[in-house]
Design a protein around this ligand. Structure first.
Ligand code: MN
Length: 242
């Protein structure tokens, strides 16, 4: 198989986005040198038109990516649908924030990150075959997993292998927060100005729309509390200065 450069691999990624509007990384070349403990992996929880989990594995300088609607499961009996999507830049692995209107509009949370190790000698051959076994060493996800391709090029399944890291714990439900900021979606949203919340709302109706409204409400409350705290602190300073 011919080697694809990161720039070639990312053509689709770049084509879908307007980087004058989106805060997502545009560069094909990684800007950060990682301490090379191994290959990088991450999972980004993404509330767009639907809530899903983007599962990403570093390979050949980019992040191979699958969108997993229900998120990873530690239960080997669960076969989680994983739709193969376009490769993402290596720098995307650190991204958390609000994506404005357009492709992928919504909120991205860095839900897990760490390193991965293939359990095969040839990653490209395993991908071509549609059967990639690997080990994860993340904050939340660990142990042996497999991605298996099913009926077509895009449709894969993410399955946990039976080992000491498998179990019944609903990992998405039990550990919902960011590994980068420790925050939830509303904390990420509260970093932005309220005027972008409405304009960047990805879904008007349905489950995602309802979820987004609740997050906006929570973020607004947090923002208000922050402002009150600031006011209190500044009036205290003034009182001391008098
Ligand atoms: Mn996504």
């Amino acid at each position: 198989m011919q080697k694809v450069s990161p720039k070639q691999a990312l053509a689709k990624y770049r084509q879908k986005r307007d980087f004058t509007k989106s805060p997502e990384p545009a560069n094909a070349k990684p800007t950060k040198k990682l301490k090379k403990k191994g290959l990088f992996f991450c999972v980004q929880k993404h509330l767009a038109s639907h809530l899903h989990y983007d599962f990403r594995l570093e390979h050949n300088g980019v992040l191979l990516s699958w969108a997993v609607p229900k998120g990873p499961s530690l239960n080997p009996a669960d076969k989680r649908l994983a739709m193969k999507v376009e490769d993402h830049p290596f720098d995307y692995g650190d991204f958390e924030g609000v994506i404005p209107e357009g492709y992928g509009a919504g909120i991205v949370m860095l839900w897990d990150r760490g390193t991965w190790k293939p359990e095969v000698t040839d990653i490209d051959a395993a991908l071509a075959k549609g059967d990639l076994k690997f080990t994860l060493d993340g904050v939340k996800l660990k142990g042996s997993w497999v991605l298996v391709r099913t009926r077509d090029e895009r449709t894969w399944l993410l399955i946990k292998h039976r080992d000491e890291w498998a179990g019944d714990v609903d990992v998405a439900e039990t550990f919902p927060l960011s590994v980068k900021s420790d925050g939830d979606f509303d904390d990420i949203l509260a970093q932005e100005n309220p005027d972008v919340w409405e304009s960047h709302r990805p879904a008007q109706g349905g489950v995602a729309g309802k979820m987004f409204q609740q997050i906006i409400d929570k973020a607004a409350k947090k923002k208000l509390a922050q402002q009150r705290q600031k006011k209190r602190a500044s009036s205290k300073r003034k009182a001391v200065a008098k």
